[in-house]
Design a protein around this ligand. Structure first.
Ligand code: GLN
Length: 280
């Protein structure tokens, strides 16, 4: 069978599962199966596949048909300016989270040697992107999930910032090391009863720990706000990602813990997604 016929079959299989990006996904998976790029696939339709490549391609299409996200099939995701290693133990970095990077770069403009803490660091996409941009900043990442810290370590190496990061496996409540100039967090913030409405790519494959915000969606945010108020230096900045309907409740939590609200930033879909505040 040649590349073209195999790709057409793949597209059909994914279309039958109502996967909207069927063609793109199939081409990406063929490229992965042949260890080539997508351009090669498009330019070599007539090339005949050997059995091993064809079987690998079919396996990948089959997994995608079960809704496994492309990022987990390729074990990588591009975020901000770098490619990150990911697997089922880490949330897949989201384009919306890049607004946190923009805000951090803005509030740390002309600052040097800052110490940054990322609570629930996951793949490290936020903290490591910042360290890559700011060559004299130091970072600490904590996560409750041991397996995600392994991925974080791989990414710190990949982005050549290992010398400037520390990481701890810790529950947010129990972490007591040091004081920081800036704390960032993209905590799990989905209401438990709403998890079932997530698309199955997310619900079936991404770590529940990275999504489940407890009964009211705010249980982890509450802990993160409290801990940040303890670990931030005076005038330190706190950058937090929130759910689209959590703005007022989180502002109250922040005010109660001594934060001044600098601004609320909307995401690409115009939902409130990020709060920038200052510990006073
Ligand atoms: N900090 C990581 C990210 O933004 C992980 C967040 C999480 O697991 N909730 O992608």
């Amino acid at each position: 069978m040649n590349i073209q016929s195999a790709v057409l079959e793949g597209i059909n299989i994914l279309k039958n599962k109502s996967i909207l990006s069927a063609q793109l996904d199939t081409e990406i998976l063929m490229a992965k199966a042949l260890n080539k790029n997508r351009e090669y696939i498009i330019l070599n339709h007539d090339k005949v596949l050997n059995n091993e490549n064809l079987e690998y391609f079919k396996k990948l299409v089959h997994e995608r048909a079960s809704r496994k996200p492309i990022a987990y099939l390729l074990n990588k995701k591009f975020f901000w300016k770098s490619e990150f290693h990911v697997n089922k133990n880490t949330l897949i970095p989201r384009p919306d989270t890049e607004i946190l990077i923009e805000q951090i770069l803005e509030v740390t403009k002309n600052k040097h040697r800052l110490k940054i803490l990322d609570i629930g660091v996951g793949s490290g996409c936020i903290l490591l992107s910042i360290l890559k941009e700011k060559k004299n900043f130091y970072g600490t990442g904590i996560d409750i999930c041991k397996n995600s810290l392994e991925i974080f370590k791989i990414n710190a190496k990949k982005l050549s910032v290992s010398k400037r990061v520390k990481f701890y496996k810790s529950d947010v409540d129990k972490f007591v090391q040091d004081k920081y100039d800036l704390v960032v967090s993209n905590p799990p913030y989905i209401k438990r009863s709403d998890l079932k409405y997530l698309e199955s790519d997310v619900l079936k494959f991404e770590p529940n720990l990275a999504l489940d915000g407890g009964l009211d969606g705010l249980s982890v945010i509450r802990k993160v706000v409290k801990k940040s108020s303890e670990l931030l230096k005076k005038n330190g900045k706190f950058i937090l990602e929130i759910g689209f309907d959590q703005k007022s409740k989180v502002i109250k939590l922040l005010n109660n813990k001594g934060f001044y609200i600098n601004k609320i930033v909307k995401d690409l879909a115009k939902n409130d997604r990020c709060i920038v505040s200052t510990k006073i």
